[in-house]
Design a protein around this ligand. Structure first.
Ligand code: T46
Length: 143
């Protein structure tokens, strides 16, 4: 099931394959994920005071899963912003390009898995919020 959070950002229930041995979730590029998978990374060992993110991506699509523990992810498309608690491996948050993200309130056991549509490219990040908003406004004014 898809639940829209804000425009261009939604969370999805993962299909869970469960039997008496436990559960398995498979995420395939172009099938469950609305992009082909080029990179996976994960964030762990975060302190409860840590804040991460504070950027948007020009072209990158991402799928974010708290495979263990929990954290709060703030998503902002330049028109609206919302806090989402990620606290289950059964939920994936999809963020299209041009979503500003901030992460906080990590539990000590949090492992945040991120699946991405391209390899790491620092030039593709927008790390300044005013720059992000300028780009949002420019896109809105484009015919
Ligand atoms: C995002 C959120 C959810 C690499 O060398 N390769 C990589 O693939 C990544 C993701 C990062 N790095 C380097 C770049 C920095 O020197 O690792 C360092 C920490 O990265 P950053 O400060 O961007 O980490 P976060 O947690 O603020 O943001 C990360 C991702 O960068 C970002 O794309 O959406 O997680």
């Amino acid at each position: 099931m898809r639940t829209q959070i804000i425009e261009n950002c939604a969370y999805y229930d993962h299909p869970v394959i469960a039997d008496d041995r436990g559960s398995l979730i498979a995420l395939e590029g172009g099938n469950i994920l609305p992009f082909e998978l080029a990179r996976a990374y994960f964030i762990f060992g975060t302190s409860p005071e840590a804040q991460r993110g504070f950027h948007a991506h020009k072209v990158l699509h991402q799928w974010v899963v708290a495979v263990a523990g929990s954290c709060v992810l703030m998503v902002d498309n330049g028109r609206e912003r919302k806090d989402v608690e990620l606290n289950s491996p059964k939920i994936g948050l999809y963020a299209a390009p041009m979503i500003w993200k901030e992460m906080r309130d990590f539990s000590g056991d949090c492992v945040l898995l991120v699946l991405a549509s391209a390899k790491y490219d620092e030039a593709e990040y927008i790390r300044n919020y005013d720059d992000f908003m300028d780009r949002v406004r420019a896109a809105a004014n484009r015919p």
